[in-house]
Write a protein that binds this ligand. Structure first.
Ligand SMILES: Cc1cc2nc3c(=O)[nH]c(=O)nc-3n(C[C@H](O)[C@H](O)[C@H](O)COP(=O)(O)OP(=O)(O)OC[C@H]3O[C@@H](n4cnc5c(N)ncnc54)[C@H](O)[C@@H]3O)c2cc1C
Length: 317
């Protein structure tokens, strides 16, 4: 039996940030993750200044790909304009492992299946015991499934399906492009350069809207690939995209039950307008940790529901 004051299920940005905060307060914490890190996580890897601030990231202290974007090129039904902004791109393969190492807590490779109670503690698969349990396992988090799914049923119309591919290349265009509502998509596609010569391209949209139109996200991927070819990116057809689903924020979710918490995608916190999930994952991780440290209530109410204000006015942060 392995015991700790806090067990966090999932070592993505939500789990590692929560662990980082807890460890700094001297609280004994371990992370269980079903995958070895570094691991691939389908994600464009765009982060906002709010994420950089909350993680206290310094570009010169971060040893991997980190690119500052001072402008976005936005495309709506054939019309385009540039938005001056200040955003950043990272590679999730590097970023998540770096955050996990920085958290400085023991990480065990383990797929959590069963969660039970035993006197005043939580018991995971009969092997791990803790007083506080944090569910940071993403969309399919077992803590969400076992303890929160009835309180917060997932809403089909809040589900996003997205696919992306990340390649090492020398992109002709080093700007970031976003295409909205192409071919009636309730969502957008992206072309996002990274540091060290990487590029991420992808597309995401509302699952129910796709189904209603008899389409799949792969149809929209094919359209993006053709667009990228026109754009001077010759090999787009050969790319094999990876996909995943996650949930946009809808009502204020119930995120705490006794000493159990859910954070990040497990709580369905991605922003309603752009599906930004890393920022809410980081902020909810910090808040859950502080609630454990200070024995206060954990709430996600004031975590931003929209990304646009930070895109349009990043300087106010
Ligand atoms: C294609 C795509 C593009 C995206 N682009 C962006 C973007 O550019 N910017 C942005 O902000 N957001 C983006 N998002 C959303 C973002 O990726 C997520 O919101 C974010 O990863 C959530 O972090 P998390 O820590 O909650 O979960 P995750 O990053 O999913 O981490 C969950 C961890 O839990 C582990 N786990 C799961 N089940 C178990 C189990 N049973 N036992 C043990 N461990 C388990 C997993 O292995 C994983 O490591 C994108 C999503 C997709 C699909």
């Amino acid at each position: 039996m392995t015991a700790a004051e806090v067990i966090i299920v999932g070592g993505g940005p939500a789990g590692s940030t929560c662990a980082w905060e807890l460890r700094q307060a001297g609280i004994e914490t371990i992370i269980l993750d079903k995958q070895d890190f570094p691991r691939a996580k389908p994600c464009a890897g765009w982060i906002t200044p709010r994420v950089v601030r909350n993680l206290r990231l310094k570009s010169d202290g971060y040893p991997h790909s980190f690119l500052r974007l001072d402008k976005l090129r936005l495309h709506f039904s054939g019309r385009s304009f540039s938005l001056p902004t200040r955003q950043f791109s990272i590679r999730r393969y590097e970023f998540d492992e770096w955050l996990l190492k920085r958290a400085g807590v023991p990480v065990y490779r383990h797929t959590v299946k069963e969660i039970g109670n035993d006197r005043d503690s939580y018991l995971l698969d009969g092997t791990y015991r803790c007083s506080y349990l944090v569910g940071a396992g993403g969309t399919h988090c077992p803590v969400y499934r076992a303890m929160f799914s009835e309180l917060n049923p997932r809403r089909a119309d809040a589900q996003i399906t997205a696919v992306e591919a990340e390649v090492k290349c020398d992109p002709a265009d080093r700007g970031c492009h976003l295409w909205f509502s192409e071919r009636g998509l309730q969502g957008y596609s992206w072309y996002l350069p990274k540091g060290n010569g990487y590029l991420n391209v992808g597309v995401g949209g509302r699952s129910t809207a796709l189904e209603a139109r008899g389409e799949t996200i792969r149809d929209h991927w094919a359209h993006l690939a053709r667009k990228l070819a026109d754009f001077g990116f010759a090999d787009a057809d050969a790319l094999q995209p990876n996909g995943h689903t996650y949930y946009l924020r809808h009502a204020t979710p119930t995120v705490q039950r006794d000493n159990a918490f859910i954070i990040g995608d497990a709580a369905g916190l991605a922003t309603k307008d752009l599906g930004e999930g890393i920022g809410p994952a980081v902020e909810s991780g910090i808040r859950a940790a502080r609630a454990i440290i200070h024995r206060t209530e954990y709430s996600v109410k004031s975590i931003p529901k929209y990304s646009l204000p930070d895109l349009i006015l990043p300087w106010r942060l």
